[in-house]
Write a protein that binds this ligand. Structure first.
Ligand SMILES: NC(=O)C1=CN([C@@H]2O[C@H](COP(=O)(O)OP(=O)(O)OC[C@H]3O[C@@H](n4cnc5c(N)ncnc54)[C@H](OP(=O)(O)O)[C@@H]3O)[C@@H](O)[C@H]2O)C=CC1
Ligand SMILES: CC(C)(CO)C(=O)C(=O)O
Length: 316
């Protein structure tokens, strides 16, 4: 049985997962804003991937035309786009709709629960390396994993069709009964990789090879792990050690989506991925100077980028 799925955020992540779900026979529509609708209508959606390329003419819907409810809303906007997106997709939420967010960080979870109710919101995260270039999604490695779980820790029959759909599209999908702990673990890992790459200015391998690089990356990881612990969700020893090993890997080309956005001159999710973590640390009396330095570096970048964009505008 095919599910009626609405992808909200047809960028790199949403475009990728949505395209594969559509190709596997699910009923996928993409909620898009007018400029992107125009581009996708004219050029179609393309995926370039080590797992096989795809080209499709996506089913597009704009917010003003959204009237029916969907079985599943796959939410993949950037953290800074969340508030506008929730307003736009609200008409698609019916009594039985499930919302699967895969944004990095945790800030979006409280907001989604407050707006749509705990029973409709799943915990979710993805591990994938994708970037959007025009109408083309470039996948850089074969990694395409999802973790998902109900916030009440149950695995009800409502969840199964969504999980089946993900698996039949080829995604390695794991269902957890302690999804909040898993989301925190992913956050700790991503914040460490994101802060190290953005603050120190290169991929993991270049940092590992520079004098002081591994020590600094490990100190960043420890700050993130200590904050998670103070919040009640300490990362497992296995997650901590595997992340520490990953950060010490010479030759590694690993980056984070936030670092790739920085290199592309795009906006960065600094509030959701770094500043929120630092702020939660402060609430528990923990200082995190390296995470704060990485966040501040990104705020400075954003200020300069916006200022130069403003300068580039023709005067009225
Ligand atoms: N890229 C990656 O490799 C990974 C990313 N992530 C996380 O996934 C999330 C999404 O990232 P990513 O896909 O890279 O981001 P992108 O910027 O590529 O895509 C976000 C998309 O959301 C769309 N959007 C924003 N607001 C709305 C709205 N109101 N209605 C409809 N569409 C909207 C934007 O469309 P528009 O064109 O109109 O601006 C844009 O295309 C982030 O939280 C990121 O941290 C997690 C793992 C890996
Ligand atoms: C875990 C990782 C680094 C890859 O999926 C990620 O979430 C990101 O790049 O944002």
């Amino acid at each position: 049985m095919s599910l009626k799925i609405l992808i909200v955020g047809a960028g790199a992540v949403g475009g990728y997962f949505g395209a594969r779900l559509a190709a596997s026979g699910q009923g996928v529509s993409f909620l898009v804003r007018p400029a992107r609708a125009k581009k996708l209508k004219a050029l179609g959606l393309e995926v370039e991937s080590p797992l096989g390329n795809l080209e499709l003419a996506p089913d597009l819907v704009t917010a003003d035309r959204l009237t029916e409810s969907y079985d599943l809303i796959f939410l993949s906007v950037k953290g800074y786009g969340l508030d506008a997106a929730t307003e736009d997709f609200a008409p698609a939420v019916g009594p039985d709709t499930l919302i699967l967010p895969v944004l990095n960080g945790m800030r979006h979870m409280d907001r989604l629960e407050a707006l749509f109710g705990r029973h409709r919101v799943l915990g979710g995260a993805c591990r994938i390396v994708v970037q959007l270039k025009g109408n083309v999604i470039q996948q850089q490695t074969p990694l395409q994993t999802l973790i998902v779980g109900q916030l009440d820790g149950q695995v009800s029959s409502r969840l199964q069709p969504a999980v089946d759909a993900m698996r039949s599209a080829g995604f390695e999908t794991t269902v957890f009964t302690h999804i909040v702990q898993d989301l925190w673990e992913k956050w700790v890992q991503l914040a460490a990789v994101g802060a190290a790459t953005c603050l120190l200015g290169g991929p993991v391998g270049a940092i590992a090879e520079a004098p002081g690089g591994v020590e600094t990356a490990h100190a960043i990881l420890k700050e993130a792990a200590d904050i998670a612990g103070a919040a009640g969700f300490p990362p497992s020893k296995a997650l901590f050690e595997s992340t520490a090993a990953l950060l010490a890997q010479r030759g590694s080309a690993m980056t984070s989506s936030m670092y790739r956005d920085l290199i592309d001159g795009a906006d960065v999710e600094v509030e959701a991925i770094l500043q929120d973590l630092v702020d939660r640390g402060h609430r528990h009396g923990l200082a995190a100077p390296l995470l704060q330095a990485a966040a501040t570096r990104l705020f400075v970048y954003r200020g300069l980028t916006l200022k130069s964009t403003e300068r580039a505008q023709p005067s009225p």
